[in-house]
Each structure stands twice: as C-alpha cells, then as structure tokens.
Design a protein. Structure first.
Length: 296
C-alpha cells in the first residue's frame, strides 16, 4: 500500500519525464555531477536500465513495463488502479488485469476505519452509550488479513512488491529534502509534496491534487496493514491496539496505533472525499476461521 499511495501522486511519471529531459538535451539546464549520479541510479532502480545483479527486478522481455507490473500488483492486492493513465495524453494504461483480485479491499478497509473512529471517540466516554465494537473490528481485520495473504501464497508477488517498494522509496527519498536534483530543478520547498508539485510544473506534468494527503499517510497506511497482516490482533480482546495510544504492553519501544489510525482517517477522507466518520451502510463481514498458511 505504501507504493500504491505514493505512486498515485504521479511521482514515477514525473521523474520519468525529468530523466528523459536531462538525457536528451539541456532544456532543464546542465545537471551537476551529483544530479548525474542520481540520473544513473534512477534509471537503474526505477526504469530498468541494465544492472549486473537483478534478482529484485520484476521486468523482462515478457513484462517490459515496470509500471504495468506495478499496476497489476496493485489490482491483485487492493482491487485498485492508479488515479491517472499514461504519461502522454492520460489515456487508459494498458496492463494485464488479473481476474482474481481483492476487489473488496476498499469496502472492508473503510469499514474498519469507521469502526476505529467510533472506538477513538468513545475512549474517554464515561457517560452514555459506548459504540465501540471490538468484535467487529477484529472480524474486519481477520477478513483483510485473509484476502491480503491469499494473494501472497507461496510468496507470490514478493518480487513485484520488492521492486515497487525499492522504486517508490528511492523517488520519495529524492523529494524528501532539497537534494541535488531538486536544487538543479529549482524546486526547493518546505515539504516533499510541495517539491514534487514544483517538479511536475517544471516538466509539464502536474502531480495529483491530493499529493499532500497521499504523502502524509503513506507510511502510516503501511504500518497499519503490516500490523493487520502479521496477526498482531489475534482475538477481539486485542482490538484496542488500533484505537488506543501509549506504549504497547509487554513490548518495549512499541506503541499502539490510535494516533496513527486517526491520521489515516483524516488523510484518507481528504484524499478520497469520503467522510469515514459517517457510515453510509454497514458492510457484510465474514469471520474467517484463520488466514491461509504462507509457504516460502
């Protein structure tokens, strides 16, 4: 989810245009030595340039487009496509859309966030009805765990996820500070989102209008889904991990995810335009007997 959220900012296509412009001429200026090193690294890590050690790459003559590979993985894991099309003309992006996909992910995930919000609102509720439903929170986490693990049986998508995380982490690292490439593009700013927007304007490819919200919740979303998928909520009695704050009992240095989930609720609502604090209609959730066993 970290890679999917960041890629929705259009950071990959924007940086692809940056690399192309620097490689074919001097329309963006003369790159510094540090920027030239960045160009070499980015072509290798993100855009499939030849590299002697390639066990983590997901492309080949059969699957030549890294973006198509990532889109296929996003669809299979989350039932989601990116919010934009091709770099040129914004046409529908061609990729293999698998018939087996977690199309229920968004529905379940938004229902979980709604239930977590109800729990957060009732933490200090000493009078009146407490609408916290730990059993339902647990049931939704189990269903999410099941569908996510079902796509990863026998380590399926491991290479694709590694390649996506490598590419998007590198590009985020690029705009996380006023790095040499940011300076050469005259895109210095106070935040990663603002730097990306300025770079997009420089190369004529605007970043997503909700880039600030997408960047703000990427790490938090990754943490929440890893917590769910790793079965840190094995029974309903552990549901409090998702809505309380403070240290995690018995685990030094670990903290409960209440503040993290609250930020996700705020930023997800801002990015999607859907108010997660109000339920439209309850979602049917099946309580699974347990997640599938993963094999190496």
């Amino acid at each position: 989810m970290y890679s999917y959220i960041l890629e929705n900012t259009r950071i990959v296509q924007i940086m692809q245009r940056v690399v192309r412009e620097f490689r074919r001429g001097e329309a963006l200026g003369v790159p510094s030595i540090d920027t030239q090193r960045w160009l070499d690294t980015t072509e290798t890590l993100v855009f499939g340039a030849a590299y002697p050690m390639t066990p983590w790459l997901s492309t080949s003559a059969i699957r030549p487009s890294p973006e198509a590979v990532r889109r296929n993985a996003y669809w299979r894991l989350f039932g989601l496509d990116l919010a934009f099309g091709t770099e040129e003309g914004n046409k529908p992006f061609p990729y293999d859309k698998a018939p087996a996909a977690n199309t229920s992910f968004v529905r379940l995930f938004e229902e979980l966030l709604y239930e977590i919000w109800q729990a957060i609102m009732n933490i200090r509720n000493l009078v009146g009805v407490n609408s916290t439903d730990r059993d339902r929170i647990f049931a939704i986490t189990q269903e999410l765990q099941f569908i996510l693990r079902s796509r990863r049986q026998s380590a399926q998508l491991a290479r694709e996820e590694l390649a996506a995380a490598t590419a998007l982490s590198w590009l985020y690292f690029t705009v996380d500070s006023d790095s040499p490439i940011v300076a050469d593009l005259r895109a210095q700013a106070a935040s990663p989102a603002d730097r990306l927007k300025l770079i997009g304007e420089r190369v004529g490819l605007p970043a997503h209008s909700k880039t600030s919200s997408l960047v703000s919740m990427a790490n938090d979303l990754s943490l929440l889904l890893r917590t769910i998928e790793s079965n840190l909520i094995p029974t309903a009695s552990f549901a409090y991990v998702l809505y309380m704050d403070g240290p995690f009992p018995g685990v030094p240095g670990a903290f409960m995810l209440g503040p993290t989930c609250q930020r996700i609720i705020t930023e997800w609502s801002a990015a999607t335009g859907r108010d997660l604090k109000i339920r439209k209609a309850p979602t049917d959730v099946r309580l699974r007997p347990g997640p599938p066993v993963l094999t190496q």
